[in-house]
Design a protein around this ligand. Structure first.
Ligand SMILES: Cc1cc2nc3c(=O)[nH]c(=O)nc-3n(C[C@H](O)[C@H](O)[C@H](O)COP(=O)(O)OP(=O)(O)OC[C@H]3O[C@@H](n4cnc5c(N)ncnc54)[C@H](O)[C@@H]3O)c2cc1C
Length: 436
């Protein structure tokens, strides 16, 4: 049965999560089923109205914005189904918190999670969202299949061996509305999270590769205020396969109590620490699902550079630490394994992700970001699709963008799912690459 989509408010405020983007959409529809998504998309496209799928609104960039219609897939529900091979069919609008709880109850797990479980699966995969861990690919590397609704209202299914899947797994919403994803899972595992604070900076710099390899997922946090110490190192170790700790960590006591990644903030939202083992999904994110993640009033920026350049990139950052520190809440280093997803920040190279949580001050943040893009330029940086950037760094591998453009021409020739962000950040990159 085809049910007409019910119009909703864009959001209570018309803003993204952090409040730095006021959406220009004319409204949001939330169809109750797949047929409703087909009808809404085809109807809008026929009327010449552009459509943008909207996830949980956690992107800081204007990637999700549109001057047309927003479409939420929350109406498709949140129920996960796991088959006998462990392949999980996930409704696109479900959050990682909702999906992880069901997987865990079924004895299954994902390979990794981002810092927060509040984000939608489709929205996170669409921007190449990642967690940390030398051997862990971005979250979209778990995608083994996709169902999406294209501009004509047709339902397209891409299975694991489909040649378009590496393009569609990180799609920025540019190919259509993803309605369902199939994710690889593994048997559920436990994780123990331990935090070290005020780690000597020189020793950490000497051992940086060993530090990043000290667990399944490792984050190095620093507010860049004291060059002699690094604020905190979070190590999340799988209980079924603990990695060796770097000597700089093994040789010193861990934090006596819970620690928030941002220095000086109440640690209540942080997931359990102190080396207490527990379910994967309650340790891999930094933040608990029932709390506001991070700080709430903030901006974020992140650059991906080849992991081989981790020392040089850190040294470049140290040179401008004094200039960025006044507007910085915290900086985080994570690692991401190389992948084959065309628009992913880790496409084709093992990566170190260099993240910044900023005070919500767009002017000074803009200056700091441009400075960072200047000093990181020698290391071939890519900027996170979902975060604030300075416009001088590409968002992905230009060759990946050119390949994606061919797929996009085929699936969305009329650019029914386009927006100004894609025009500026994707089309120009693909065009430049094609002309070389
Ligand atoms: C506090 C905080 C912490 C964060 N931590 C991390 C982190 O650890 N690692 C990291 O990499 N990033 C992180 N991010 C960034 C965040 O993961 C990304 O911005 C992500 O895209 C947000 O997902 P969303 O569901 O809110 O998507 P939205 O912001 O709502 O949308 C993002 C994109 O996804 C597309 N999209 C959404 N749903 C669909 C669909 N059904 N079909 C097709 N396209 C769709 C949209 O069109 C848009 O292009 C963080 C953000 C915040 C606010």
């Amino acid at each position: 049965m085809v049910t007409s989509p019910a119009p909703l408010e864009a959001s209570p405020t018309g803003l993204n999560w952090s409040g730095n983007v006021r959406y220009a959409s004319t409204g949001v529809v939330q169809p109750p089923d797949l047929a409703g998504v087909q009808e809404a998309v085809a109807g809008a496209a026929a009327a010449g109205t552009r459509v943008r799928a909207l996830g949980s609104r956690h992107s800081f960039s204007t990637v999700a914005d549109t001057d047309g219609l927003h479409l939420s897939t929350r109406g498709l529900g949140t129920r996960v189904e796991v088959d006998a091979d462990g392949l999980a069919a996930v409704p696109s609008g479900a959050t990682y918190a909702e999906v992880a709880a069901q997987l865990h109850a079924a004895g299954r797990a994902l390979h990794n999670m981002g810092s927060l479980p509040h984000i939608s699966v489709a929205g996170a995969c669409a921007t190449g969202t990642h967690g940390s861990g030398d051997g862990n690919g971005a979250l979209a590397t778990a995608v083994r299949g996709l169902e999406l609704v294209t501009a004509s209202g047709e339902v397209v299914r891409l299975d694991a061996d489909h040649p378009d899947l590496p393009g569609a797994a990180v799609s920025l919403g540019a190919l259509g509305v993803v309605t369902r994803l199939w994710l690889a899972t593994e048997p559920a595992y436990d994780v123990a999270q331990t935090v070290w604070t005020d780690v000597p900076a020189d020793a950490l710099a000497d051992e940086i590769e060993a530090v990043m390899g000290s667990g399944h997922s490792v984050s190095v946090f620093d507010d860049l205020r004291d060059p002699s110490v690094v604020s905190a190192v979070f190590v999340k170790q799988r209980v079924d396969g603990r990695a060796d700790l770097a000597p700089v960590l093994a040789g010193r006591p861990s934090a006596a109590g819970p620690v928030h990644p941002v220095p000086g903030i109440d640690p209540a939202p942080a997931t359990e620490q102190g080396g207490v083992s527990g379910p994967w999904h309650e340790r891999l994110p930094h933040f608990r699902a029932e709390f506001v993640p991070s700080v709430g009033e903030e901006l974020q920026t992140e650059y991906f550079v080849p992991r081989a350049a981790i020392r040089e990139a850190r040294a470049a950052l140290a040179e401008v630490a004094d200039q960025v520190a006044p507007v910085l809440m915290v900086h985080e280093l994570r690692t991401v394994a190389a992948d084959e997803l065309w628009l992913s920040g880790a496409h084709g190279r093992d990566t170190v992700a260099i993240h910044f949580t900023w005070r919500p001050e767009p002017g000074p943040v803009g200056e700091a970001v441009r400075l960072l893009e200047r000093v990181l330029a020698p290391y071939d940086p890519r900027a996170h699709w979902g975060k604030v950037a300075g416009g001088t760094v590409p968002r992905c591998d230009p060759a990946g963008a050119a390949r994606f453009a061919v797929l996009r021409d085929r699936l969305d020739p009329g650019r029914a799912f386009g927006n100004a962000f894609l025009d500026a950040e994707l089309d120009s990159l693909a065009a430049a690459q094609s002309s070389t």
